[in-house]
Ligand binder design. Sequence first.
Ligand code: ATP
Ligand code: MG
Length: 389
Amino acid sequence: MTSSQPLLPGSTLGVLGGGQLGRMFVHQAQAMGYFTAVLDADPTSPAGLVSHHHIQTDYEDPQGLAELARVADAVTTEFENVPAAALAALAQQRPVSPAASAVSVAQDRAREKAHFVGCGVPCAPYAVIETAEQLAAVSPDLLPGILKTARMGYDGKGQVRVKTAAELAAAWDAVGRVPCVLEKMLPLHLECSVIVARGHDGAMVHLPVQRNLHRDGILAVTEVYEQNLPPALAAQAVAAAKSVAEGLQYVGVLCVEFFVLQDGSLVVNEIAPRPHNSGHYSQNACDVSQFELQVRTLARLPLTQPRQHSAAVMLNLLGDLWFAHGGDTAQTPPWAAVLALPGTHLHLYGKRDAKRGRKMGHLNVTGATPEAARATALKAAELLGIAAF
Ligand code: ATP
Ligand code: MG
């Protein structure tokens, strides 16, 4: 269902998925005067805990979806693997953004890469592997490479690095011979990402380009300030992100992740059809955050180009910080000492159990200059036991 009338504060905005991204969407929507509804089976989900309505069913439950359509005036998603059929079913009754058609492209690495090629945005050389014949036909040029399951991967899960054809065959067996893509291993200089928001009327705005450091396949640090990246490269990333969004006729917030190779060229990695961990700095460093962009696109409110007012560094707070010295002894991270540093903004997701590698929260550090933000972030990292960057 589509409509061009804005949904004004007082309406109810729904979200499929109750994770931290949904929680921050809910917080922002509520700050702007909306009621919220979350659909997530987990009674203690981070977003469900703070929402006006929490429908506790799984994404495919027809009654849960009907209830969401009843209480919410429009629906978005915070979880890219929500079944496209659920979005399509909701769209019969309520405006849904992003659309099932766009989310389903992001859910499948093979379709995602075909979309990049179609948009003329370069991605890593790759081959689709769905059959033994395709496996046998893989060009040796793609090795060493990374075998990635086409569906359901995140935080480096579902990925195997392979050097030889024999390793590739063993890796495909190990993942259960599900559809995969094999990507050539590229010599990375750095990684970056861009958040774009596209309205129902096709208007597009973007956040500044984020420079990202991953550790063990998980985002660890995002830094955003001028001189972070060569300006021409940043402009190229923004233009590429916009053409990826445009090509999908996307409505909502989209994150496009890139690699910058050692020769300086830009290659798109993947897209996330929702706000992204690398965009969290915008909560404290920009006059419009990625979650406000999500509210605005869903409610069909005007989009204005966000302005970054402070240099920013974001530190991810993984569950590891809740254990002393890499051991099993539980500890509380030294929040008071961290918050004594000027420009630190703590965001925790309300998860009860800390587990290694689990995203528990993030710390945004803002400063008047890049040097100030970095210096404070390094002090905070030291207090928290996060390795320097
Ligand atoms: P997430 O959803 O958390 O972003 P993911 O599981 O979808 O992660 P990718 O983004 O595909 O995984 O890859 C995770 C990381 O692995 C990348 O950020 C990059 O550091 C490295 N990587 C992935 N593909 C390549 C490649 N072709 N060449 C070199 N490094 C790569
Ligand atoms: Mg990624």
